[in-house]
Design a protein around this ligand. Structure first.
Ligand SMILES: Nc1nc2c(ncn2[C@@H]2O[C@H](COP(=O)(O)OP(=O)(O)OP(=O)(O)O)[C@@H](O)[C@H]2O)c(=O)[nH]1
Ligand SMILES: [Mg+2]
Length: 448
C-alpha cells in the first residue's frame, strides 16, 4: 500500500473507557482511566495534543436469556438524559482490533495508545506499576491498562476482548484488544467480528516471531480468521524493535519478517501491495506510536507513525441511507431498561425511528440511542451503538439477530446457500462432509 503521507503529528484527544466486552463478567476498572494534561513521553515534540474529559460509562451487566429481566422491558418512554443527546458526530468512526500471537505486545500497544493520547493519569500508572510489581510482572504494567481482571493480570494473558476509545480531529476509534492465546480464539473471533481494521502485532524478538508464525501459531490463525471475517486492511506492527535481540537499525530482521509474512498473507487473500501496511514500533517504549521516529534511529523507515496511519487508512464503504442493518452483539440491562448493543453496518438511526428485530419481528420506536460514551440524536454506519427499542423482550433477543428499519425488512429464510472456507481440519477427523456434526444440516455440498 502506498505510504500514507500525513506529515504533522496528529492532534489527538481521547474520550475513553477501559472495559472488557462481550461476555464481560467483572466490571471494568473505570477509575483507572482519567485524563491528564501533562505531556506524554512520545508526545514531547508535539505541541498539538489536546485532551478532552472522558465520559466514563458504567459497565453493561450482561443478561442471560433466563435471567429475571421481566420488569419493565423496553416498554416505551423516551429515556433521554437531562443534558440531552448530542448531535451526530460527523467524524468517521473506525473499530480496530489488535490480533496476533500470545505475548506479541497487543495489550501493551493498546494501553500505550491510550497513554499517549492522554487517557491515563500518572496516579493510575503508578497503581498499574505497583500491581505489576506485586505480581512479579513488572514489564506488563502498560498491558494492565487493558487487561483488567485478576486472571489476566496474574497470568499476563488477555482473556476477554478489552475495549477502549480514543479520537483524533479526523476520526473516532474503538480499540478492541483480542487475546492471543489459542484457548481464547472464540473470544478473539467476537472482537474481530466488530472490527473494520486489523492490527496484526508481530514480536520481532528472537524466537518469538518464529513461534507465532510456525504452523499452529496464532499469527497465522488470526490473520486467516481476520480475512475470513471481513477485515480487508491489515496494519502489521513489527513490535519490540527496542529489544536487545533486535535493535532499531536491524533492517535484516525487519526484512526477514516481511519476506516470510508477505507470501503467507497473500495466500490468505490479502493484496499485500494495497491492503497491508508495515510499521516498526516499540509498544513498551511508546516509539513510532503517535509521533514519528527521530531521524536516524531507524535508518530504513521514515514513514508515518501508527496513529498517523490510522487517520488515513481507507474505511470500508458503508451506505448511510437506505436499509438499516444492525447485527446484535449483546444485550444488557441498565436502570431497568433493556439495551441492545451492535454495530451499524448500513444505514442511519435516529430517536423515534421505527425498528424491528429479526427474526422474532418484535419492535417499535427507538427510545434511547447512544454510543458507549454518550447519548446521541443520530448514529451512522460503522458506529458501535446501544439502543432501546419499544416492545422488545430480552428473552426474544440473541446475539446474531438483526435490527432493521420497518421500511426495509430483513429476509427470513430457513435455507440458504453458504460458502464454507475450511482452514484446517482436526488431525483425528480429517474429513468434512454433509454429515459433519454441526448445529446445521447441509443439504448439498459442492466443491469450488
Ligand atoms: N522489549 C519489549 N517488550 C515488549 C514490547 N511490547 C510488549 N512487550 C512485552 O511483551 C510481554 C507481553 O505483552 P502483552 O502486551 O501482554 O502481550 P499480548 O500480545 O497482549 O499477549 P496476550 O494477551 O497474552 O495475547 C510483556 O512482558 C510486555 O512488556 C516492546 O515493544 N518491547
Ligand atoms: Mg493481551
Amino acid at each position: 500500500m502506498s505510504e500514507p503521507g500525513a506529515s504533522d503529528s496528529p492532534q489527538t484527544s481521547t474520550v475513553a473507557e477501559v472495559a472488557t466486552t462481550d461476555n464481560v463478567s467483572s466490571p471494568p476498572q473505570v477509575d483507572e482511566a482519567k485524563p491528564v494534561s501533562e505531556p506524554q513521553p512520545d508526545a514531547v515534540n508535539s505541541t498539538t495534543t489536546t485532551v478532552t474529559s472522558p465520559t466514563v460509562t458504567s459497565p453493561p451487566s450482561n443478561l442471560k436469556d433466563d435471567e429475571e429481566d421481566e420488569e419493565d422491558d423496553a416498554e416505551g418512554e423516551i429515556v433521554k438524559s437531562s443534558t440531552g443527546p448530542k448531535p451526530k458526530d460527523e467524524r468517521d468512526h473506525m473499530s480496530i482490533v489488535f490480533i496476533g500471537h500470545v505475548d506479541a505486545g497487543k495489550s501493551t500497544i493498546a494501553g500505550q495508545t491510550l497513554v499517549l493520547t492522554g487517557q491515563v493519569d500518572a496516579r493510575s500508572m503508578e497503581k498499574f506499576e505497583k500491581i505489576a510489581k506485586d505480581l512479579k510482572r513488572e514489564s506488563w504494567y502498560i498491558a494492565f491498562i487493558m487487561d483488567t481482571n485478576e486472571e489476566e493480570r496474574a497470568k499476563g494473558k488477555t482473556v476477554e476482548v478489552g475495549r477502549a476509545y480514543f479520537s483524533t480531529p479526523k476520526r473516532r476509534f474503538t480499540v478492541l484488544d483480542a487475546p492471543g492465546h489459542k484457548s481464547y480464539v472464540p473470544n478473539m473471533i467476537g472482537g474481530v467480528a466488530q472490527a473494520d481494521l486489523g492490527v496484526l502485532v508481530i514480536s520481532a524478538r528472537k524466537g518469538e516471531f518464529e513461534t507465532g508464525f510456525e504452523r499452529g501459531g496464532q499469527t497465522r490463525e488470526h490473520a486467516v480468521l481476520a480475512k475470513t471475517l471481513g477485515v480487508n486492511t491489515l496494519v502489521v506492527l513489527i513490535n519490540k524493535m527496542d529489544d536487545k535481540t533486535v535493535g532499531w537499525d536491524n533492517k535484516a530482521r525487519y526484512d526477514e519478517i516481511q519476506s516470510k509474512l508477505n507470501p503467507f498473507l497473500k495466500s490468505t487473500g490479502f493484496n499485500v501491495a494495497k491492503q497491508v501496511i508495515y510499521i516498526p514500533v516499540s509498544g513498551l517504549k511508546g516509539l513510532n506510536m503517535t509521533t514519528r521516529l527521530e531521524p536516524g534511529l531507524c535508518p530504513f523507515y521514515n514513514g508515518p507513525s501508527f496513529i498517523e496511519t490510522l487517520d488515513v487508512v481507507p474505511l470500508p464503504k458503508r451506505p448511510s441511507t437506505g436499509a438499516l442493518r444492525i447485527p446484535v452483539l449483546d444485550k444488557f440491562r441498565e436502570g431497568g431498561k433493556l439495551y441492545i448493543q451492535g454495530k451499524i453496518e448500513a444505514g442511519t438511526v435516529k430517536y423515534g425511528d421505527k425498528l424491528v428485530v429479526y427474526p422474532n419481528k418484535e419492535g417499535g420506536e427507538v427510545t434511547y440511542l447512544g454510543t458507549d460514551l454518550e447519548e446521541r440524536e443520530e448514529c451512522g454506519p460503522g458506529e458501535n451503538i446501544k439502543i432501546c427499542i419499544q416492545n422488545t423482550k430480552a428473552e426474544n433477543i440473541s446475539q446474531g439477530f438483526m435490527v432493521s428499519d420497518e421500511a426495509h425488512p430483513v429476509s427470513v429464510v430457513s435455507k440458504f446457500e453458504v460458502q464454507v472456507y475450511i482452514i484446517e481440519l482436526l488431525p483425528h477427523k480429517p474429513l468434512f462432509s454433509a454429515d459433519t456434526n454441526a448445529s446445521y444440516t447441509f443439504t448439498r455440498l459442492e466443491k469450488k
